[in-house]
Design a protein around this ligand. Structure first.
Ligand SMILES: NC(=O)c1ccc[n+]([C@@H]2O[C@H](COP(=O)([O-])OP(=O)(O)OC[C@H]3O[C@@H](n4cnc5c(N)ncnc54)[C@H](OP(=O)(O)O)[C@@H]3O)[C@@H](O)[C@H]2O)c1
Length: 301
């Protein structure tokens, strides 16, 4: 049976009801997988097929396809490299997104855009103040260039004034692409001993849940910014240990402080997102992170 959002937006006798951008990435692939499974009328583009920094290409594709919904999964996501390429990150995550949002607003297309927990300052003191996570209303104040570029992108979407959803996710994991789980499983094939930071806290988000819950938000016709992750909280150390336990990998994990794992970009120490706003939307379904992880690991085998 077709999902209601698909039935609502997937046809109109047009070439495409849905346009998905950045389809070679973790989230873009999952969007295509679910839209295909639901029988939606959609077109997806990788960066190679459509570079979102080219307003000419964007305009052309949008004029040709006239989608009802534009899902933007394209982003510059290399957090450390963004410190060296701040202008490139800003061009993709902010300038191109602003132009895309203006085009969507002009053409009355609904824009679904993704952002990140890294827009927040991530102070450990905020963990006590907001034990369930940062609420959507908390003022962003990113600690690195990637977070800054994503926050500017959010402002671009809001200021364009069109119909939109901004979904902020944290610690994103998909079946393909780069993510913490896949890195840990790769390292487990090469090493029997790992050191992982235990003083950065947050919560993973799984791409299948992002797409399924985004579809519900679209179907419910809600607007604005929503936080989405699994339920609960963990540290990278605990997350790593759980991955190895559930997959039966004989890897010893030692906890280390962030000060012993230097990265070019600063990381927030605490970046949990409060998911109450999204959970209150009828039809959304959010599982505890361990349960999501178990299902995710089963799907890899
Ligand atoms: N990954 C995380 O942990 C995480 C956490 C929080 C939020 N997010 C957000 O969630 C969203 C999806 O992330 P993801 O993990 O799926 O990212 P991803 O796997 O890095 O995919 C992003 C895709 O965007 C493409 N892209 C980059 N520049 C582009 C351009 N100029 N035009 C068109 N496409 C372009 C990339 O192409 P190439 O393959 O050619 O590079 C890549 O395929 C992003 O908005 C990201 O900021 C991610």
């Amino acid at each position: 049976m077709k999902n209601k959002a698909i039935a609502q937006f997937g046809s109109f006798g047009r070439p495409a009801g849905w346009l998905v951008l950045g389809t070679a990435g973790q989230l873009g692939r999952e969007w295509c997988r679910q839209l295909e499974e639901l029988g939606a009328d959609f077109r997806g583009f990788t960066r190679h097929e459509l570079d979102i920094t080219s307003s000419v290409q964007l305009q052309k594709v949008m004029d040709e396809l006239r989608p009802d919904i534009v899902v933007n999964c394209a982003a510059y996501t290399n957090v450390d490299q963004a410190e060296l390429e701040a202008a490139t990150a800003e061009n993709i995550n902010a300038n191109a997104v602003r132009e895309l949002a203006v085009l969507c607003a002009d053409k009355k297309m609904r824009l679904i855009h993704y952002s990140t927990d890294y827009v927040f300052p991530g102070l450990l003191s905020h963990r006590t103040r907001f034990p369930d996570g940062y609420p959507e209303s908390f003022p962003p104040d990113p600690v690195n260039e990637y977070g800054r570029s994503k926050w500017l992108g959010e402002l671009g979407v809001q200021e364009a004034g069109g119909s939109h959803l901004i979904v902020r996710v944290s610690w994103l994991c998909g079946r393909q692409g780069n993510n913490f789980i896949r890195t840990m499983l790769r390292l487990a094939d090469q090493m029997d001993h790992l050191r992982v930071v235990d003083d950065q806290f947050g919560c993973p988000t799984f791409t299948d849940s992002v797409v399924a819950n985004s579809l519900v938000l679209i179907e419910e016709g809600v607007e604005g910014t929503f936080h989405l992750s699994s339920r609960g909280e963990t540290s990278w150390f605990e997350f790593a240990r759980t991955i190895f336990k559930l997959t039966g990998r004989p890897v010893t994990v030692d906890p280390i402080p962030t000060s012993e794992f230097q990265t070019r970009a600063r990381r927030p120490a605490w970046s949990r997102l409060d998911i109450k706003r999204l959970s209150n939307v009828p039809g959304t379904r959010i599982l505890p992170w361990r349960q999501n992880l178990e299902e995710f690991l089963k799907s890899l085998t």
